[in-house]
Design a protein around this ligand. Structure first.
Ligand SMILES: C[S@@+](CC[C@H](N)C(=O)[O-])C[C@H]1O[C@@H](n2cnc3c(N)ncnc32)[C@H](O)[C@@H]1O
Length: 352
């Protein structure tokens, strides 16, 4: 490098800034992308069991194509410090890779993948979408990534289910937007006399839920259907209707009607349980809120007070909310389908 180039670099400050940003901002993104995919493909789990050569990692990932290209990708993982390579074998090296290779790592890796695949694009494209009037569609999401990432909050949703579920009597559950069916399975385990209808809008998600019910031995007690809660022809008289993590898949102005419809499907005294992230949470929740604000089919995360008012407007009694994750805006909302009060004349007639 000659003196004039050096002077320009020092004066313009572009190169030092780029080097610094690439270290502080770009490298963590490459690392996150490598870790998210290596977890999804089962590569980290395989390496947790033992060091592996290229061929066995390719087999673990279901790749029978060009393994030299796979090597180039794995070598980036080595460059990030998450893997090491010696004696012709890859090994886990970084603390994050070791943690994600563990039993509960998949849900965390999927949450990371959700950030990379959905949160980053909306951060990049939101102003352009405003300019061209474009909005996000359901197809801009990948149902399988979302189904895996929501497992992170599973213990909190399960606590909410435990609080409302009648465990002694035979009950009929309707789960709206069941995802892969995890929470229907949990409810069925808590109450062996429970039977359920699990519905999901997305055909591939509903199909996965149906397969899971069969694998879990629940196909006899749980019917799975693909469809939209707003239009499916359903026989009423459920004892419990649940909506987990999907109220923001409905535009704000439709939410009261959706909740009223859910109430119409309940037996007198039946309960609704809704769990959801709300506005005012951490940065990730705010970006999720941004994503759904730009979604054509949905709307922003609810404010807790707004959702309580919508439940009351939908005719629910004893409406209440409580925080499921301390310090975070993730809440459970419940309401009861109060039996209609009978008039004095009806009570007298019934007594006669
Ligand atoms: C974030 S996922 C949550 C899945 C599952 N409840 C959980 O908590 O793991 C939201 C789900 O709601 C479903 N959904 C959205 N709108 C729906 C509608 N109108 N009727 C039925 N399901 C719907 C989506 O297809 C998606 O699978």
């Amino acid at each position: 490098m000659d003196a004039s180039t050096l002077t320009k670099i020092v004066r313009q400050r572009q190169i030092p800034l780029l080097v610094s940003l690439s270290r502080s901002l770009a490298t963590p993104v490459y690392r996150a992308a490598f870790l998210a995919t290596a977890t999804r493909l089962g590569i980290l789990k395989r390496l947790r069991a033992r060091p592996c050569d290229l061929a066995s990692l390719a087999r673990a990932a279901g790749i029978d194509g060009d393994t030299d290209l796979l090597r180039r990708w794995l070598d980036i993982g080595v460059r990030t410090g998450e893997l090491s390579w010696f004696d012709d074998c890859y090994r886990l090296r970084g603390r994050t890779a070791k943690a994600l290779a563990g039993p509960r790592g998949d849900a965390v890796a999927a949450a990371l993948e959700e950030v990379l695949r959905f949160h980053i694009p909306v951060m990049l494209d939101a102003p352009a979408m405003l300019k061209d009037g474009r909005r996000l569609q359901l197809g801009d999401q990948d149902g399988s990534v979302i189904a895996r990432s929501t497992r992170v909050i599973q213990p909190f949703v399960e606590e909410a289910v435990r609080r409302v579920l009648d465990r002694r009597n035979p009950i009929r559950l309707l789960e709206v937007g069941c995802g892969n069916g995890t929470y229907v399975r949990y409810a069925a385990e808590l109450n062996p006399r429970l039977s359920a209808l699990a519905i999901d809008l997305q055909p591939d998600v509903a199909a996965e839920a149906a397969e899971n019910m069969a694998v879990w031995g629940l196909a006899g007690r749980v019917e799975t259907r693909q469809g939209d809660i707003r239009t499916l022809d359903l026989e009423p008289q459920f004892d419990l209707v649940t909506l987990h993590n999907n109220i923001y898949y409905f535009p704000v102005e439709e939410r009261t009607a959706v909740l009223r419809h859910a109430r119409s499907l309940l037996a007198p005294g039946g309960k609704l349980l809704l769990t959801t992230s709300c506005q005012g949470g951490g940065l990730s929740l705010e970006v999720l809120n941004l994503w759904f604000s730009y979604a054509e089919f949905g709307g922003p995360l609810p404010h807790a007070d707004e959702l309580l008012a919508q439940l009351a407007d939908a005719g629910f009694a004893d409406v209440a909310a409580h925080t499921l994750i301390p310090g975070e805006q993730f809440r459970a909302f419940v309401g009861t389908n109060q039996p209609a009060r009978r008039s004095a004349a009806q009570v007298l007639t019934a007594k006669e």
